[in-house]
Design a protein around this ligand. Structure first.
Ligand SMILES: [Zn+2]
Length: 232
């Protein structure tokens, strides 16, 4: 089998699959609502997760700074004990006060961070619980939905198997090229040329190209949209 018929069939298989996927993903209202809920939970969990990572990094940074501040304060206090001159004593007292202020300045945000992290962990647990319930409800209703769409589910499996069979007749580069076109060209990688016009991009094909296309041994891409073109 030459490549072009395989490509044409693969395109048709993708077209059918797309229709079936659309049926199978247009969920009834109750399922759609649960799906929205699940997505919202996931979004919030991701947000909380990011917040926790940031918070922990801040805790680590502030903890290091606090350790240093404590050492400096301790040093200032030791120094205070050794001072006997009145003038130097006042300066040493000021130094101790200053170090103490710095320590407090770090301890406060650390406490706040701990509270925030705890709240985030609590919220995450609550959401996780709600999510589990919603997922179970979704799965149950989805099973019913799929049972009601038994035919489409069976066709999807058949088409997926067919796609695999067709792709197995192509090289990896050919499969990759097809897939790239499919995603970049709105699901149409292979299109007909009708009355000298590419039906993918509606651009008129130049006559020399048309002639080449007529005798082509290998599939050719439209000069305008790069889709694989064939003569109807
Ligand atoms: Zn084109």
């Amino acid at each position: 089998m030459t490549l072009l018929p395989v490509l044409i069939e693969l395109q048709a298989t993708h077209d059918y699959l797309k229709v079936i996927e659309r049926d199978l993903t247009s969920l009834p209202p109750d399922l759609a609502a649960l799906d929205t809920q699940l997505r919202a939970h996931d979004k919030r969990l991701a947000e909380l997760d990011r917040g926790v990572v940031d918070g922990k990094a801040q805790v680590e940074k502030l903890t290091k700074e606090l350790e240093l501040a404590k050492r400096l304060e301790e040093h200032a206090r030791k120094h205070l004990k050794t001072v006997d001159q009145k003038v130097k004593y006042a300066a040493a007292i000021r130094e101790v006060d200053e170090r103490e202020r710095q320590r407090h300045g770090l301890e406060r945000p650390l406490k706040e961070l701990a509270v925030r992290l705890e709240a985030a962990a609590k919220e995450a647990t609550e959401i996780q619980t709600k999510r589990t319930v919603a997922q179970a409800q979704f799965d149950e209703l989805h099973q019913i939905f799929l049972a009601e769409h038994e035919n489409q589910v069976a066709s999807r499996a058949e088409l997926q198997a067919k796609r695999k069979t067709l792709e197995d007749q192509m090289t990896l580069a050919e499969v990759t090229r097809f897939g790239r076109l499919l995603s970049q060209r709105m699901g149409k990688a292979v299109v007909k040329v009708e009355s000298g016009i590419c039906t993918g991009c509606r651009v008129k094909i130049r006559s020399p190209f048309l002639m080449q296309l007529r005798d082509a041994k290998a599939p050719m891409g439209c000069e305008s949209c790069q889709r694989i073109v064939y003569l109807a």
